[in-house]
Ligand binder design. Structure first.
Ligand SMILES: O=C(O)CCC(=O)C(=O)O
Length: 310
């Protein structure tokens, strides 16, 4: 049973591949995240020797600021995430993208093609792509050429992306149902009628299947693009941002948060009760319910919801 998603949201998520939630963040959450983004940006620029106009992204952002960490189990978003992908999940990636306006004279390529001077000087994610699919990552045979459902991300809009060409996220609605090979055969050029430039105000969030073809448009505005993505995938896949998080971070986290940051909250052996003769990863078939606290959490939420509806 769904714990938060409405039937209409479920349909949008299944058919288009994403759900837009305008004004999702409260004013306080947004202010805190923007302050965090600027603080982390100052630190990263100092550490990497970057100038004020250089774009950059920070991965494993949750380890860089408490405001980013708090996003992973945001109490209004986590129920939607669990409805979308289930409870046996962890964070694959959390990333902050900080993209100042393009310098004067920098010529962007066509949207999604990645053939402009902006691509050459290192602006990232300008070409259409689904996540978790490329010739060096996932070109394994599949049932019908389509990507299996592996993860969702939540895109949080921190700066104003309501005007076109402000470094907006572009999506091809419904493309999670198409084969990545089709995109390759199309020369990664998408019919403009099929592409959607999301125009969103600060505080909006988008829960999306990352198999949806997407890209970032150029930032020809006068504002820095500041956004976060929080990616959740199944615990039996490996995260991209970490092997394991810092022990101190794990120790001070709640059990649900421990699960989300890739730890096993219970005291059992990660390979189960008979690790020598019959090892069985507890990220797969979990014997101790305390090792997957999001399950009990989701079941309690579902019961509450049922009681409310009765
Ligand atoms: O920065 C963005 O909004 C999109 C990032 C992206 O395309 C990716 O991480 O695969």
């Amino acid at each position: 049973m769904s714990i938060a998603m409405t039937p209409q949201q479920r349909e949008e998520f299944d058919v288009k591949g994403f759900i837009v939630l305008e004004e999702f963040l409260t004013a306080d959450e947004l202010t805190r995240l923007l302050e965090a983004a600027d603080e982390v940006a100052d630190r990263v620029r100092g550490a990497e020797g970057l100038g004020p106009h250089d774009p950059f992204a920070v991965r494993n952002a949750l380890a860089h600021h408490e405001a980013f960490l708090d996003l992973i189990d945001n109490p209004r978003m986590l129920p939607l995430v669990v409805d979308a992908i289930g409870w046996n999940i962890q964070i694959r990636t959390t990333h902050l993208d900080y993209r100042p306006p393009y310098p004067e004279g920098l010529e962007p390529g066509a949207v999604g093609v990645g053939d402009g001077a902006d691509n050459e000087v290192g602006y990232r994610n300008l070409s259409w792509h689904p996540d978790l699919a490329s010739d060096y990552l996932f070109m394994a045979p599949s049932l019908d050429g389509r990507l299996p459902f592996m993860e969702v991300k939540v895109f949080y809009v921190l700066s104003d992306l309501s005007e076109p060409q402000s470094g907006n996220l572009w999506l091809v609605p419904g493309s999670h149902l198409r084969s990545p090979d089709e995109l390759v055969k199309m020369g990664r050029q998408v019919d403009p009628d099929e592409a959607l430039e999301l125009r969103l105000r600060p505080g909006a969030a988008v829960l999306w299947r990352t198999a949806v073809w997407h890209c970032v448009g150029p930032n020809l505005s006068r504002r820095t693009r500041k956004i976060m993505h929080v990616g959740y995938h199944y615990r039996w896949l490996r995260p991209t941002d970490y092997i394991s998080q810092e022990p101190a971070l794990i120790a001070r986290s709640s059990p649900v948060r421990q699960q989300l940051i890739g730890a096993l909250p219970g005291n059992g052996h990660p390979l189960g009760g008979n690790p020598e003769i019959h090892p069985s990863s507890q990220y797969w078939i979990t014997q101790d319910p305390d090792d997957v606290p999001l399950r009990a959490w989701a079941e309690a939420q579902a019961e509450d919801r049922q009681a409310q509806l009765a």
